[in-house]
Write a protein that binds this ligand. Structure first.
Ligand code: SAM
Ligand code: MD0
Ligand code: SF4
Length: 329
């Protein structure tokens, strides 16, 4: 698919044309992995952050209740998720000064413990970190390094990630890949980007060798500068998912439960996603990011709930061995 076609799909209102795009995206996924869908557990273990991203609820200036979970709470939650059938643990954090001060030593031991003790792949979403920290994360056996640029329009980046460096963020991601970790790149939809910007992002994701690529619709956050920014139409997110599937047939592409909860799963899977993210154990005290409590305590963000929806679509959750084999493809 070339840039012109990408732009055509991003701008069309022709529902028939889009339905065909979704159908062919599903067919590509089926060819690649049959009826299997992967599932990631989400462990947002500290919501303290030094940054002030304009779109984020957890931005430093937002006067909110925060938590920093201890080692045992984190491991217990990871274990519960693994027990329930997730294929990977995504350890996610704000850019918490406490962890920066200790050079992420305890994050590295958490990774070792989950990797070796529980034999489950791990993703770290640490924000921007120094090269030596990335060396240590790689040494600890971390499989995946997630760091989303949100947009590849530098001017928009500066407005969203206020006071942060586009180049440093990109460097950390590329360095992590060089050190042997898989990387995840992502973009935010509905934050003032143009279709041209989205097309650029779609191409760059491939150029940087991302194994996992994502899009999330922007969800306005109380108390943040973008609180009153319009909420984007979800159709755009679905089109972007389908375009990513066409461009990168073998990629891991999430259907995130964090945007619309469990009710948003089916559409995203039908657009060609092959992975469910943001599974969170009920009543664990751990939160999501975009919709930080939606469906969590009600048990909506569980493997069980997702599996029952998938079963109705002729699909199933993969085993972790199947996930590991797919990663190496
Ligand atoms: N703090 C680290 C960072 O920023 O890279 C890791 C976690 S951060 C909370 C993960 C991602 O959540 C962000 O990169 C952004 O794409 C997404 N996110 C944050 N706020 C959001 C919002 N209001 N709506 C949709 N996605 C959001
Ligand atoms: C998700 N809430 O997968 C998570 C988060 C961070 N690596 C991922 C945005 O939707
Ligand atoms: Fe902090 Fe990440 Fe939120 Fe930005 S997106 S304020 S770095 S938690």
């Amino acid at each position: 698919m070339n840039r012109e076609e990408i732009l055509e799909y991003l701008s069309t209102n022709d529902r028939d044309k889009l339905d065909k795009l979704f159908e062919s995206a599903r067919n590509i996924r089926t060819e690649i992995q049959g009826d299997k869908i992967f599932a990631y557990g989400f462990v947002y273990f500290t919501t303290y952050c030094r940054n002030n991203c304009n779109f984020c609820y957890y931005r430093n200036s937002n006067n909110i209740e925060r938590y920093r979970k201890n080692h045992d709470e984190i491991i217990a939650t990871a274990e519960a998720l693994i027990q329930s059938g997730v294929n990977l643990i995504d350890l996610t954090m704000g850019e918490d000064p406490e962890y920066i001060r200790e050079d992420f030593a305890s994050v590295c031991s958490l990774i070792r413990e989950i990797k070796t003790g529980k034999d489950t792949p791990v993703m770290i979403s640490p924000g921007v970190v120094a090269d030596r920290v990335i060396d240590n994360l790689a040494d600890a056996g971390c499989d995946f390094f997630a760091l989303y640029q949100e947009t590849h329009n530098r001017e928009l980046f500066d407005r969203l990630r206020v006071g942060q460096s586009y180049d440093e963020r990109m460097h950390a991601k590329l360095y992590a890949r060089e050190k042997g970790m898989y990387i995840e790149e992502g973009l935010l939809a509905g934050v003032g980007e143009s279709d041209e910007d989205i097309a650029d992002s779609l191409m760059i994701m491939g150029e940087i060798g991302a194994r996992q690529v994502r899009v999330m619709s922007f969800v306005p956050q109380e108390g943040s500068p973008m609180e009153n920014h319009a909420e984007p139409d979800r159709l755009k997110e679905l089109v972007i998912i389908a375009l990513m599937r066409h461009l990168y047939p073998n990629a891991l592409i999430p259907a995130s439960l964090d945007v619309d909860g469990i009710s948003g799963l089916k559409d995203r899977i039908n657009a060609g996603a092959n992975l469910i993210t943001s599974i969170i154990p009920p009543r664990s005290g751990f939160m999501g990011v975009a919709h930080n409590t939606m469906d969590v305590d009600e048990g909506g963000r569980t493997v069980e709930e997702a599996a029952s929806i998938l079963n109705g679509m002729g699909l199933r959750i993969a085993t972790t061995d199947e996930y590991k084999a797919f990663l190496e493809k």
